[in-house]
Design a protein around this ligand. Structure first.
Ligand code: FAD
Length: 280
């Protein structure tokens, strides 16, 4: 049977205890044989050193690490320095983003959109890095229109992206509609769905409002009905997300990217249910 590639995303912890905990989480998730672990990056370089540190740890464990790199608020010189560092560290994949300006930061820097970062990395380093870009099946919250957002995605692909990872979503039709729309523009890079396992509802609802991911009414109502019953929330969340993954894979999704929130249990359980846990 064809191997289904998975990848898993971490954020760099803020404390030494968090870093230690992440080591244990990573050891468990490494058993799923992910294609790579990605590590998020603070826009404007705010988490730069922490991202580097986790990336180095992952590489030192013999695993594949993909740092995220956002360009808003950055100069070409600062991005060039980061690329030099990643080349020296043997990093071969970067998740290439615009990012959002942190509050209080006003200087947008020398890059406006992610396609400009993709172009810059290609011009500076040729094919050294495999470049992932972000995709939004339910459209980016700041996009002027779906057409404009689609055009922005196509620009990123044409600038030299190898592959895309989507924002998370729970509406499977949005993904397939997005993929069809991209293909109709003559772009054929893989578009890997981003999967957010559901650990709790209140935080997820707040986060989803900010990121523009819809939680369908039927799911929202069920979660609200569970109140503080965390076991039921967890069980329902696992069922819903596993079913989402099944539909995505059955419909031709090229893999799955898990937003594991630095936790191993839900991602591991979903992969077990999908029969992906013992893959070589
Ligand atoms: P872009 O592709 O540049 O798009 C941003 C907005 O600009 C969109 O609305 C787009 O339609 C519009 N746009 C693009 N080009 C043009 C143009 N020429 N004219 C007019 N409008 C245009 N954030 C972080 O800070 N750190 C991370 O590590 C991080 N990781 C992420 C990983 C994934 C997989 C995803 C999906 C998102 C991640 N984000 C991260 C969030 C991301 O940085 C934000 O969503 C950000 O607002 C947009 O980044 P982008 O790369 O999609 O930007």
């Amino acid at each position: 049977m064809k191997r289904t590639e998975i990848s898993i995303e971490f954020f760099p912890p803020q404390t030494p205890e968090g870093v230690e905990k992440l080591r244990a989480t990573r050891a468990k998730l490494a058993q799923l044989n992910p294609e790579f672990f990605s590590v998020t990056y603070g826009a404007g370089g705010s988490m730069r050193e922490r991202t580097f540190a986790i990336v180095r740890e992952i590489a030192a464990e013999g695993l594949s690490a993909a740092p995220h790199l956002s360009c808003i608020g950055s100069t070409k010189e600062s991005i060039r320095a980061i690329l030099d560092e990643y080349q020296a560290e043997n990093v071969r994949r970067i998740v290439t983003l615009r990012g959002d300006l942190p509050s209080g930061m006003v200087d947008a820097g020398e890059f406006r959109y992610a396609n400009e970062l993709v172009e810059f990395i290609r011009a500076e380093t040729g094919d050294t890095f495999s470049l992932e870009v972000a995709a939004y099946p339910e459209w980016h919250p700041q996009a002027k229109s779906p057409e404009q957002d689609l055009a922005a995605f196509v620009n990123k692909a044409k600038a030299g992206a190898n592959s895309a990872i989507t924002q998370y979503f729970y509406n499977v039709d949005a993904y397939f509609h997005f993929v069809d729309a991209v293909r109709s523009k003559g772009v054929d890079i893989p578009i890997v769905p981003g999967i957010m396992p559901i650990a709790g509802f209140t935080k997820l609802a707040r986060f989803s409002d900010a990121t523009g991911a819809e939680i369908p009414r039927w799911m929202r109502k069920k979660f609200e009905g569970f109140g503080d019953d965390t076991d039921s929330i967890r069980a329902f969340g696992l069922d819903v997300v596993t079913e989402l993954c099944e539909k995505l894979l059955a419909g031709g999704a090229p893999g799955l990217h898990f937003y594991c929130m630095n936790q191993s249990a839900l991602t591991t359980e979903i992969c077990k249910r999908l029969g992906l846990a013992g893959q070589d």
